[in-house]
Structures are given as structure tokens and as C-alpha cells.
Design a protein around this ligand. Structure first.
Ligand code: FES
Length: 102
């Protein structure tokens, strides 16, 4: 496991997310929701594609294609058509930089 830099803390606004890639090319979505930094895999469990164009509401990530909702804290899927949970990652802010553990 290693921590990779995401962006400056101030660059990630409430209710928004940014996508980063690990060394293997896997994408991780890092969000600020309800004042917390949260990270999940950037792949909807319904079709395997990313959440670009989706939005965040009340701590939930909403898929832009068919609207499944995922809890950003637990990765749990809450509404169909997706039925499988997604992975979560540890994220922190240190010295003004957001870091995610991959
Ligand atoms: S692709 Fe995400 S809900 Fe269908």
C-alpha cells in the first residue's frame, strides 16, 4: 500500500470529486461530501465504467447513466440497477495536500 497525491486540499470543493490513477492504471474517485474526504473505485458495478458526469448528494454518489446510488463512506450500493458494492479507499489531508491510499 502507498499514499498517492490527489490535489491541493483547497482545490476539492464540497460536493465535488476528482479522479486519480494508481500505478496499475486503476482509477480512484476522491470526493468531499458532507465535509469529509472519501474515496471509492471509479467504476460503477453495473457496467464497469467511471462516474464522470455523475453527482454527489447527501454523501451519496449517483451514477450518471442509470442513477444507482452508492454510499461514499461504505461503498454500498443503495439503489438498482447496480446491485454490487464498490471498493472504498483511505484518504487524508496532510500539509494542505489530499492523499489516497492505493
Ligand atoms: S452504469 Fe451505473 S447504474 Fe448503470
Amino acid at each position: 500500500m502507498q499514499w498517492i497525491e490527489v490535489c491541493k486540499d483547497e482545490a476539492l470543493e464540497e460536493g465535488t470529486f476528482i479522479i486519480v490513477e494508481n500505478d496499475e492504471g486503476d482509477e480512484i474517485l476522491v470526493a468531499r461530501a458532507e465535509g469529509e474526504l472519501l474515496a471509492v473505485t471509479n467504476a460503477c458495478s453495473h457496467d464497469g465504467r467511471g462516474f464522470e458526469g455523475g453527482c454527489i448528494e447527501a454523501g451519496l454518489l449517483i451514477c450518471p447513466r442509470h442513477g444507482s446510488r452508492f454510499c461514499l463512506r461504505s461503498g454500498k450500493v443503495l439503489t438498482p440497477p447496480a446491485y454490487a458494492d464498490i471498493d472504498i479507499f483511505k484518504v487524508k489531508s496532510e500539509a494542505g495536500i489530499i492523499l489516497v491510499e492505493v
